[in-house]
Design a protein around this ligand. Sequence first.
Ligand SMILES: Nc1nc2c(ncn2[C@@H]2O[C@H](COP(=O)(O)OP(=O)(O)OP(=O)(O)O)[C@@H](O)[C@H]2O)c(=O)[nH]1
Ligand SMILES: [Mg+2]
Length: 211
Amino acid sequence: MEVSWNFRFGIVILGDSAVGKSSLLHRYTEGIFDDSRLSPLGIDFKVHHVDFDPGIVVKLLLWDTAGQERFRSIAKSYMRNSVGCLLVFDLSQRQTFERICSWQQEVLDYVKPNPMIFLLVGHKCDLDVQRQVTTEEAEALAKKLNMVGYLEVSSKDNTNVSLAFQNLAQGIYNQYQKRRISIRDGWYGLTVGAPVQIDPPQTKPSGCQCG
Ligand SMILES: Nc1nc2c(ncn2[C@@H]2O[C@H](COP(=O)(O)OP(=O)(O)OP(=O)(O)O)[C@@H](O)[C@H]2O)c(=O)[nH]1
Ligand SMILES: [Mg+2]
């Protein structure tokens, strides 16, 4: 059955290979953690609905990308259709954290002049004894890079998985309400409830603060 929705946001999941992007999407949309059911190509598309603010339903179009370089052109086509990005690193692999800044820069360069709203995800927090990145430094990076926040997540034991998607959707919605992002084709639909009256946007969020 088609669910009625007020807003539609495209979200792309990015980060190095094996940080757990597909597992995260699978856990969120299917409710399970199962290695054997991951797409062999490592690329996937899912739809999920979230509610926030009484009466507002957001339809999330979720694109899972593969971290390997040979899939980068496909990932780019997903970026173009998205307004939000979960930027994922593996808390037990420091080099995946160190590449976050260049991932963000690559996305911003690719989508400009359109904006992109980012949430930083420190994944595999169940592997706490193997942790190579502190919460404080990841929070500081998210702040420095103008992201909507940082969350530590585990798809394996289902920690903060829904919250990550929810916070990103809320962050996009907040930017929209502050008129920092605009409506693009198909982002906005009203099939239920009272119309949400929002005037055209006037400003854009700032870009990457790397370096
Ligand atoms: N301990 C732990 N392992 C995880 C978690 N999420 C994923 N993994 C494991 O990490 C490995 C890589 O997971 P994927 O979801 O395939 O990673 P990916 O980022 O989609 O990788 P690419 O598609 O190659 O870019 C798998 O062996 C997963 O079982 C988690 O929350 N905790
Ligand atoms: Mg994958």
